[in-house]
Design a protein around this ligand. Sequence first.
Ligand SMILES: Nc1nc2c(c(=O)[nH]1)N[C@H]1C(S)=C(S)[C@@H](COP(=O)(O)O)O[C@H]1N2
Ligand SMILES: [Mo]
Length: 433
Amino acid sequence: MSKTKASHDLVAKTEVPPALADNQRRHFLTRSASVAGTLATAGVAAGAATAAAQEVPAWMKAPGTPMRAYGTPSSYEKSVQRPSASGYASVSPATGSSRTPHQSLEGTITPSGLHFERHHNGVPDIDPSKHELLIHGLVNRPLMFNLATLSRYPMVSRTHFVECAGNSGGNSAAKPPQGTAGAIHGLASVSEWTGVPLSLLLNEAGLAGGAQWVIAEGADSAAMVRSVPLSKCMDDAMVALYQNGERVRPEQGYPMRLLLPGWEGNMNVKWLRRLKVADGPAHSKDETSKYTDLQPDGKARQFTFELGVKSIITFPSFGTKLDRRGLYELTGIAWSGAGRISRVEISEDAGKTWRDANLQGPIYSKSFTRFRLPWEWNGNAVVLQSRAIDEKGNVQPTRAAFVSQYVAGMNYHNHYIQSWAIAADGSISNVFA
Ligand SMILES: Nc1nc2c(c(=O)[nH]1)N[C@H]1C(S)=C(S)[C@@H](COP(=O)(O)O)O[C@H]1N2
Ligand SMILES: [Mo]
C-alpha cells in the first residue's frame, strides 16, 4: 500500500483538520494552494477533472459477488502481511515471531489478523470445552474455571498494546538495520481486549497470608511461566477472552490469555491454564536467562516490567521513496507502558530542534496514539525523528542515552528515538543519529 497517494488526498480536502493549531492551519492552507498548483501541472489535481471525462468502470456494469460468512481484506491488499521469522527454522519452525506492518496501517487498532505473534513452541490447537484455568497456591479456596464458568463473571473492555521486550532489538546492533517500521518495530500491536478483571477472580479465591506474587503458566508445549507481582494482578490485569470483539485469536492465546497492560509482552501468558499465588517469584527461564538487561558492570537488571515511552514515524519511513518536493502529512504512533501519551515532538534536523505534532484522540492509556503533522520536504537531505512524552513525564530517550545503560548489543526493552534519513533523491534509510 503506497502512501504517496496521500498527497492527492491532501489536495482534494476542502477542510483543514480541526486538530491543527492556527499557525499550522495557515501554513497548511498556503502550502496546499502551491502543492495543488504543482500537482495540476502533473494532471492529477481534482480541479482538472470533469464528470464527462470519468469512465464508467467495469464493476459498475455487473452485479458484485454475494455475501461471505466471514470477511477478508480486498484481494488488492495481499501485500499487507505480517512477515515471520524463526531463529530455529530447522528444529522448531513454529518458534519465532511475526510482525505488524506498521508502515501499511493507519489509525490505532491493529487488525486481529495482523497482530504480531511470538510463540516459544507454536500455536496449540486448544479445544475450549477441554481447557481449564486453575487458581491455587496461597488462596483460601482453590478454583477451577472453564470458559463457560469464567464467562459468568462481569467483564470489561480496554484498548491496550502488547509489545515484546525484544521489539526494536535490531536497533541495538552495531549498524542500523535497513527495514520497514514493521520489520524493526512490529512486535507491538493494539487490540480492544475484553475479559474478566483478574482482581475479581483472585478475590473470589480469597488471598491467604503471605500472598505477594502470582505465577502464570500457559497451556502450549513451551509451558511458559512468568511471575507477576500481586499489585499488578489487583490493578488492571485481566483474563482476556475477546479481541476486537471476537474470541481471542489462536495466535493470541485462545481461549484465554493473561493481559498485563503496559508490561512486557512475555508476561502476557497466552493459553493461560494456571495462576499460582505465591510469596515470591518463580525465577523461571524467561525471567532469568531471558528478558533481563545486562549492564556494563556485569550485573543484569531483572524484572523490567513496565515498557518505556516510545514512538515511530510510519510515514515517511523506510520502504517508500518520496517522489516530489512539497507538502506531505507526516504520521506515526506513540505509546507508553506508564499511561497516556501527552505529547509527541518532531525533529527534521536529527534532534536539534523540535515542534509539536498533533495528537489524535481518543487517547487511551497504554495504547497507541496516532500523531500527525503537515510537513514540507524541500528536497534537501534531512533526518526525521519523533520523541514521545507520557503523562508521567517520561521522555523517550536518545540512542546515546539508552545504549549507555547496557552492554553493547543488549537488545531488550529498546525504546530509543528512531531516526529516518531522507536523502536528496527521496530514498529513506534507518540511521543512528
Ligand atoms: N504460553 C505462552 N505465552 C506467551 C508466549 C508463549 O510462547 N507461550 N510468548 C510470549 C511473548 S515473548 C510475547 S511477546 C507475547 C506475544 O503475544 P502475541 O503473540 O499475542 O502478540 O506473548 C507471550 N505469551
Ligand atoms: Mo516477547
